[in-house]
Write a protein that binds this ligand. Structure first.
Ligand code: GDP
Ligand code: K
Ligand code: MG
Length: 267
């Protein structure tokens, strides 16, 4: 038995894909404590593979009940992988969540959805191979609505998922994250250490309280964060947000061709 969760921005096509993957093998309920609908089902082709549809989110910072449900599910369930449903016509915005999902340490497979719409847009194309190479995760381009390439995605779910990749940011930020990860040894699962280290860096009150650090440890942690804030001359929250946006800009630069740019540079 293996379990995959569908995660993505609202309206990226999660439910459409969920229906294409599971057909009528669905059970519907509610998440405990909130009035958010819960849908799970098994693959049409393989009842041993469970698919969980999750509420759409823009970020893994828990503000809304949807974000809390999705974030807790990802961190507390033994998932074999996340199927990150990305709207190909809104790649930049969707990638912000992709990076955060990759930071959780759960293997991520990208379902690059709405390809039928992107193909109609003459001004933009995405080099899927480059995108997969740069992110270092499998990327399958699909149209959930037209059921294009959904079989290929299923094949990907059955193939062995190698470890997990995480985006690497500015080396000066990476060294702070690495120092914070050392403070978490024994406190969190190894594969989630990076996620928790980034939360510490953001001074997440809940996580700090949960970890029960000694006063000395708290002082060390604060010094690590302050050092980075001096280096970047910015607050730690903004350092992380900017690091993700810089990373996305590089991905887009390398994997997306905007034909408008091309005509402009020719004139
Ligand atoms: P969710 O909020 O992520 O669950 O998104 P939905 O599955 O409800 O889809 C949102 C809208 O996008 C619906 O109108 C779908 O019919 C449409 N949609 C989903 N996938 C595709 C696709 O691959 N191509 C096109 N053209 N529309 C899609
Ligand atoms: K919707
Ligand atoms: Mg939905």
């Amino acid at each position: 038995m293996s379990t995959f969760a569908l995660v993505g921005n609202p309206n990226s096509g999660k439910t459409t894909l969920f229906n294409a993957l599971t057909g009528s093998n669905q059970h519907i309920g509610n998440w405990p404590g909130v009035t958010v609908e819960r849908k799970a089902g098994s693959l049409k082709q393989d009842s041993g593979v469970e698919i969980q549809d999750l509420p759409g989110i823009y970020s893994m910072s828990p503000y809304s009940s949807e974000e809390i449900v999705t974030r807790n599910y990802i961190l507390e369930t033994r998932l074999d992988g996340i199927i990150d449903v990305v709207d190909a016509t809104n790649l930049e915005r969707n990638l912000y969540l992709t990076l955060q999902l990759m930071e959780t340490g759960v293997p991520v497979v990208m379902a690059l959805n709405m390809m039928d719409l992107l193909d109609k847009q003459k001004n933009r194309s995405i080099n899927i191979k480059k995108l997969a190479y740069i992110l270092d995760i499998p990327v399958v381009s699909i149209s959930a609505l037209k059921k294009d390439n959904v079989e290929k995605l299923v094949t990907q779910l059955h193939s062995e998922i190698k470890g997990y990749a995480t985006p690497q940011y500015d080396p000066r930020l990476e060294s702070a994250i690495e120092m914070l990860q050392k403070k978490l040894v024994g406190k969190v699962p190894d594969n989630q250490a990076r996620w928790f280290a980034i939360k510490l860096f953001e001074r997440d009150e809940n996580i700090l309280a949960e970890m029960r650090f000694s006063d000395t440890q708290l002082k060390d942690i604060n010094n690590i964060i302050k050092m980075a804030e001096r280096i970047f001359d910015d607050d730690s929250d903004s350092i992380i947000v900017n690091a993700r946006y810089d990373y996305i800009a590089r991905i887009i630069n390398m994997s997306v061709i905007d034909n408008d740019d091309f005509t402009m540079s020719m004139s």
